[in-house]
Write a protein that binds this ligand. Sequence first.
Ligand SMILES: [Fe+2]
Length: 407
Amino acid sequence: MPTSLGLAPSMLLTGLNGAREETDKLFSVIRGSSIYERPVPQRHRLIFYLGHLEAFDWNQIACKLSAKRFHPAFDKLFEAGIDPDSGSLPSDVPSDWPSLEEVHAYCQRVRGEVDALLPHIDSHIAGTAIEHRLMHAETLAYLMHNMPLEQKSAPALGPMPISTASQETPIIVPAGKATLGRKRGGSFGWDNEFDEHAVDVSSFCIDRHKVTNGQYLEFVRDGAPPPHFWVQGKKGWNYRGMFSLTPLPLNSPVYVTQKEASDYADWAGKQLPTEAQYHRAAYGTHSGDEREYPWGSAEMHHSHGNFGFQYWDPISVNANPAGDSAFGVSQMMGNGWEWTKTIFSPFPGFTPDSNYSGYSANFFDGEHYVMKGASPRTAPCFLRRSFRNWFRADYPYVYATFRCIEN
Ligand SMILES: [Fe+2]
């Protein structure tokens, strides 16, 4: 699995084409006019994203090199997504959007022009374009997960690992240092990943595995509302997968909002970890050194975790012992992002990216929480230690899991 973006000029096109392949595959799942649907009320209709991925590259790459705009109206229409609070949802209708033919023609022309300009762009801008597209490969999957099954055609699906019962033995993580962020001057990173700094973390106890559907079911039986990914069937709860409805997989992690994760932790008499505690449990070691990945520095492999587009849905919480951290904490990377109780805010030394100033700064509003790790649909490049993800506490569509800690 490639672990980093090949940013040498000769590799840029390969990197960009690899990312395009992932997003093209997603759009090919959408049936006919369903591309004009809005599966998630807080987001644009899917047709927006078809244009957005190319408009972003055009605005970021071509326009930076003074290319002449050939469709300024689309450059603007497809420029940026939305993240409203639930009180100000979008109200546009399908006929407000251009035809699929017009959007396809725009996309094709942008790709041609961007490809011709690639030898002239700097690697930071190329990294921005490639990672932006790969992030959408995941967030588009969230939106499409929420579409009725008949609006999607499933690609060929491989067998999922067989579920077995997990043993829930909490793990004591000794006090130590957690290094968050990263040094400037290396490979591509987003503005919120800088600067590197160390945080002292006291000893705490953490769940070995992510909280499962089976464990969360006890909470629901005690009166909690069911998570968004559950559907009540005649014989009990079902899991609403990307392409099918299945009886609730009791040993898979439960996908929940940050609020639900936090409520569960309260109910269990525990807490969610902070971002620093996540780092300590995932990367810390008994010797005091810190690892590159939870499993060490070996090249990432599907045995380490459920990430990198192998599956569309979660697998059992104990399916990846090869990916355990030095302290024995399982699946810190993959099978669903993990919620923390840390509000998304800048690290010391933060400066907004001069090419994309709103990427992080627009979300430092006290309403978004940090998620760490990776989901089944997370591209390998985001498995780097410093990568941070964030969402609102009540946004229910994300592939987000959690585990609890006790101080
Ligand atoms: Fe975007």
